[in-house]
Ligand binder design. Structure first.
Ligand SMILES: [Zn+2]
Length: 333
């Protein structure tokens, strides 16, 4: 009888633990991690009853070990307790073989095969041919407040059509630290389900100098690539954000070596085929780039004009914004 009761209690305890774990996994967008230790890059095959995933980071919080998981078929990241998975460390090359049919590996292989210009390497062509665009808004360090007209116009044009609106923010650590009010506002828009936000790593410092591009941004001498990537991820996690699998180079500037390095961290470099302020034109499926940090009003104006020109199509759901991960998945099926 006693043992029966005990096993019953154990069952309840297990159930509670499972519920707790699920809450953590589901709510991790809104749950800041105050203490975060031993943050490091790993490559492990993570398996549980729901499938196989790729663990790309591990860390400790409140004496528990967690992993950052990438789902190679949906290109979504999530945080999970490590104990919920069987973990096998593997080489990146093995990951490329195991998941060779996945959009994640197909996207990486295509980036490796394509030309690598000094500016705008990575995903830089329109995604699956659909009526609409994928909007990426860069938040490079700036003194000015965020250009909120981007969000306010999106809400007024799309409010009657479809919510939440998918949008990507390429966020730099220095922008986040200087703009806590704007950052909290973006998180609230996400919590209120007005927007679904993909948080793209845009480096921690986002250094820029007056040298030629070959020695500028992350190609500047002395750049610590690991710190630029991992410090920004840690900052996001501490602020209740799960970093996505995408990385946008500051200034879109990179070379072959830097691209290979970023891929080694399990991240997908994200370019653009329509940087509006530089004269780029948005086509169906375009990865549109504008700056939301207040330093590029011409690009924001072009974007708002684009919304105005598509007003009727938006109302009739013939033109919309697309989720970045879903767009890449459709393009690399
Ligand atoms: Zn930038």
């Amino acid at each position: 009888m006693l043992s029966h009761l005990f096993s019953g209690n154990l069952y309840l305890l297990k159930l509670n633990l499972i519920i707790l774990c699920c809450c953590f996994a589901l709510k991790n967008n809104a749950q800041p991690i105050a203490e975060l230790n031993s943050y490091k890059t790993i490559y492990a095959l993570a398996t549980n009853q729901t499938g196989k995933y790729i663990a790309i980071r591990s860390f400790k919080a409140e004496n528990r070990k967690y992993i950052l998981l990438t789902d190679p078929f949906t290109l979504t990241n999530r945080i999970e307790p490590a104990e919920n998975y069987q973990l096998n460390n593997v080489e990146l090359n093995n990951i490329r073989v195991i998941f060779k049919t996945s959009p994640y590996i197909k996207a990486i292989e295509s980036i490796l095969l394509n030309d690598k210009p000094i500016q705008n390497s990575g995903l830089n062509t329109p995604l699956a041919n659909r009526k609409g665009i994928t909007l990426t808004v860069d938040l490079c360090p700036a003194h000015k407040e965020m250009d909120r007209s981007i969000i306010n116009n999106l809400l007024s044009y799309f409010n009657g059509a479809s919510l939440p609106i998918p949008i990507s923010f390429s966020i730099s650590g220095k922008w986040l630290l200087k703009h806590p009010t704007d950052f909290e506002w973006l998180k609230q828009l996400q919590n209120k389900k007005q927007f679904t936000i993909t948080w793209v790593n845009h480096s921690y410092n986002h250094q820029v100098n007056h040298l030629p591009l070959t020695q500028n941004f992350m190609l500047a001498p002395g750049t610590n690539v690991q710190a630029e990537i991992l410090d920004n991820e840690k900052l996001l996690l501490k602020n209740g954000i799960v970093p996505s699998v995408f990385f946008r180079f500051p200034g879109l500037v990179s070379d072959q070596k830097l691209i290979e390095k970023v891929l080694q961290y399990g991240l997908i470099p994200l370019g653009s085929d329509a940087w509006l302020a530089k004269g780029g034109k948005a086509k169906n499926g375009s990865i549109v780039l504008i700056h939301g940090n207040g330093n590029e009003t011409s690009g924001v104006k072009d974007f708002i004009n684009l919304l105005q020109s598509k007003k009727n199509d938006i109302l009739n759901k013939q033109w919309m914004l697309f989720d970045l991960s879903q767009g890449v998945v459709s393009s690399f099926k």
